[in-house]
Design a protein around this ligand. Structure first.
Ligand SMILES: [Mg+2]
Length: 400
């Protein structure tokens, strides 16, 4: 079998781009991968184009040989867009190999060790605050709206959610979501802390006692502010407080003072990054972005985390293809804390992968059974929703 063609797609997913790679073969099998780059969508795609000459004509089933070749080619520019391009390619190669041998990808990693995976509803309220008109959902115009949303999440079977810090209103005021809306000084004024408390209280009222809430602070706070926020969060039943920080010891200091679990890692790349955090005991839960690290390396990271008695959580705020890929990781590692999924989304999300909604039951999804990832990109739909070149990055900062 030989690789004959590589095509990429940058899809308009409302407020952020989703990128996909299709690798075609001379035996008619096409494998699909997803790439994680909301800020520089065509940069990651360009990196894939540059790799084409070393991929065309190769046997796509030699996944590790190709991965390490690309790794060596990119070794002097580690991480970043190049790593995301390599991950997208590696994911598509696993899909081809699974389809060629008619098995799910997790079969290459010893088979599945679970039948279903518990999920949390991510960006809960965050997307409604910003994009309710596009999604056709109620707005987040009051704290009562958070309570009503909490009730809805429970009614729809979920047992955990993750939110970001947004003060409700018309318009709502984002405070530290992504990397555009936060305070440049990474501090948290007292009145903002009070609003944060009100948001968690409103959600807690809606979801009731048998439920876990996570809050994602991204990179928006330094240690002092993060500790003040953790202190507020301690009053509630927290899944975790999520804090991104490129200094393992600084994160460890926050974790030592907090009694809420600390999750981190969605922007870390490779075992060399994660290992520093594991050795410093900086996080209770390690978030792993598979469309950045690739599948096999994500599994490596998860298993090294296991050796440090740390659970992992796939970072998955992408399409249903990524959700399937993340389920494959959950299938074949023994230390999953919980898995992320975006429930509120653009109306064409299901159409991108064949039109069938995912079958959520009691806030869980079944591990996929089909060959490869068990789901395919509908390329015609992807071509209908193109993220225009020159539109800029996704998640542009909200004016405050
Ligand atoms: Mg996060």
């Amino acid at each position: 079998m030989k690789i004959t063609e590589i095509e990429t797609f940058v899809v308009d997913a409302g407020w952020r781009p989703w990128q996909f790679v299709a690798i075609r073969t001379d035996e008619g099998i096409t494998g699909y991968g997803e790439i994680s780059e909301p800020r520089n969508p065509y940069g990651a795609i360009g990196a894939i184009d540059d790799f084409k000459p070393v991929l065309i004509g190769r046997d796509p089933r030699e996944v590790e040989a190709i991965y390490w070749l690309l790794y060596r080619l990119g070794r002097q520019s580690p991480g970043g867009l190049l790593a995301k391009a390599i991950a997208g390619i590696e994911l598509a190669l696993w899909d081809i190999k699974g389809k060629a041998l008619d098995v799910p990808v997790y079969e290459f990693f010893g088979g599945k060790i679970r039948e279903r995976q518990r999920l949390y509803w991510s960006h809960c309220g965050t997307y409604r605050a910003r994009h309710h008109e596009l999604m056709g959902t109620p707005p987040i115009d009051s704290y009562d709206a958070y309570t009503a949303l909490g009730e809805e999440v429970v009614e729809r079977g979920f047992t955990a959610l993750k939110t970001n810090f947004v003060i409700p209103g018309t318009p709502p005021q984002g405070y530290g979501f992504g990397n555009g809306g936060g305070d440049p000084d990474q501090i948290v004024p007292v009145e903002i802390l009070r609003a944060f408390d009100k948001q968690l209280a409103a959600f807690s009222k809606g979801v009731g006692p048998d439920f876990e809430i996570a809050i994602d602070l991204n990179f928006n706070y330094k240690g002092e502010a993060a500790n003040k926020i953790c202190k507020i969060a301690e009053q509630y039943r927290m899944l975790w407080v999520e804090i991104d920080m490129y200094e393992p010891d600084a994160l460890r200091r926050i974790k030592d003072k907090a009694t809420v679990p600390i999750c981190s890692g969605e922007c870390l790349y490779g075992l060399r990054d994660y290992r520093r955090y594991f050795e410093a005991r900086s996080m209770d839960v390690a978030m792993i972005d598979i469309p950045w690290n690739g599948f096999a390396r994500s599994r490596d990271i998860a298993l090294v985390a296991e050796s440090y008695e740390i659970n992992v959580a796939p970072h998955n705020y992408y399409s249903h293809l990524s959700t399937h890929i993340a389920l494959h990781l959950c299938a074949c590692v023994p230390n999953i804390r919980i898995m992320e999924v975006d429930i509120d989304d653009v109306p064409w999300k299901d159409d991108l992968t064949g039109g069938t909604p995912l079958n959520y039951e009691n806030g869980t999804l079944a591990i996929p059974e089909g060959p490869g990832w068990g789901i395919n990109l509908d390329e015609d739909v992807a071509r209908k929703h193109v993220w225009e070149r020159g539109r800029g990055p996704g998640y542009l900062p909200v004016k405050r």
